[in-house]
Ligand binder design. Structure first.
Ligand code: AMP
Ligand code: TRP
Length: 340
């Protein structure tokens, strides 16, 4: 373990690889906002992670701004948090390369997200998709971040980040990098697909009906919840009664997270209620919480120059932290920087 004490600092990121979903909002952005003001917060739009799978160039620029607009509309304040896009700070790629030389192939082979994404096509996916967790470690450790709020699916990658920090510190006999803590808390760390409660809600599922997008209007949100897969039974008295009912559990968790309550509390209120009562209440709640955010996102997207200005300021603040950390890393590793 390291003996250096690190200042508490939060880092997290979202890929601009498609529209933001309710999973991104509840599992990530809403929690990013909650940590703002508690400690130093740095939030990134991780565009270099997005290109590990094909992205249309014009669309990628638009989506990068849209994720930034989502951050801002949900309440991240550029005077309190550093908001920027990853490719604007070259040090991410540079530290990522060094970590490619620290991480072991065997570690990468254990990454379940890679196995899921590559599937039977593993020979044909990009090398970047395989190396992605070491770039993620670079994102985090470049800021000596101590806390990383993420959804449940990212836990293994944050653990790998700790393995990389440990090996680097050990190999170079230093205590330079902290052992970062994943922050995975609350009832919304894994929001499931509305049509199949065993699959995660994601930006890239086949059907739009399986997810709520942060830009969906009120009617579409109501329709998606109405059509969401459930079972014929009414809601039970306790959470225990939802054990083998993944779709029902998911809707209760979504309700709780949107309303800042525990799932236990929600089941207490709706015990015995049927879907005819619960689904419309959930849709109303979701519209009430999401409509102000989507309206603000649309307003921001009408002024891309303003978003770019905020991202440029953020990148400058990020560089001021990242560049000295990178310079020290180069020095520790023995990479010569003549004249610098
Ligand atoms: P991504 O969209 O894969 O870049 O994910 C960005 C952040 O949102 C990560 O912290 C994810 O863990 C989180 N996230 C994405 N989908 C979900 C979901 N369905 N439930 C909870 N968190 C999620
Ligand atoms: N890998 C994360 C995801 O797919 C996104 C990400 C990239 C990230 N770098 C990060 C999250 C650093 C937290 C910290 O969701």
């Amino acid at each position: 373990m390291t003996n250096q004490t690190f200042t508490p600092r939060v880092f997290s990121g979202i890929k601009p690889s498609g529209g933001l979903t309710l999973g991104n909002y509840l599992g990530a952005i809403k929690r990013f906002v909650g940590m703002q003001g508690e400690m130093e917060t740095i939030y990134c739009v991780v565009d270099m992670h997005a290109i590990t799978v094909w992205q249309d160039p014009a669309e990628l620029k638009m989506m990068t701004r849209e994720v930034a607009a989502g951050y801002l509309a949900a309440g991240l304040d550029p005077t309190q948090s550093t908001l920027f896009n990853q490719s604007a700070v070259a040090a991410h790629a540079e530290l990522g390369w060094i970590f490619n030389c620290v991480a072991r192939v065997g570690w990468m082979n254990r990454m379940t997200q890679f196995k899921d994404k590559a599937g039977s096509n593993a020979e044909k996916v990009s090398l970047g998709l395989y190396a992605y967790p070491s770039l993620m470690a670079a994102d985090i450790l470049l800021y000596h971040a101590t806390h990383v709020p993420v959804g449940d699916d990212q836990k293994q990658h944050v653990e790998l980040t700790r393995d990389i920090a440990t090996k680097f510190n050990h190999d170079f006999k230093t205590d330079f990098f902290p052992l970062t803590e994943p922050v995975i808390e609350g009832d919304a760390t894994r929001i499931m697909n509305l049509r199949d409660g065993t699959k995660k809600m994601s930006k890239s599922g086949e059907s739009d009906m399986e997810r709520i997008n942060m830009t969906d209007g009120a009617d579409l949100i109501a329709k998606k919840f109405k059509k969401a897969k459930t079972d014929p039974e009414a809601l039970p008295e306790t959470l225990d009664g939802l054990k083998d009912r993944p779709e029902a559990r998911n809707l209760v968790d979504i309700y709780a997270a949107l309303d800042d309550r525990t799932s236990e509390d929600v089941i207490g209120e709706y015990a015995g209620a049927g879907w005819g009562k619960f689904k419309p209440a959930l849709a109303d709640l979701a519209v009430a919480k999401l409509a102000p955010i989507s309206t603000e996102m649309a307003r921001l997207m009408d002024d891309p120059a303003e978003i770019d200005r905020i991202l440029a300021d953020g990148a400058e603040k990020a560089r001021a932290i990242a560049e000295p950390v990178l310079a020290q890393t180069y020095d520790i590793v023995g990479l010569l920087r003549p004249g610098r």
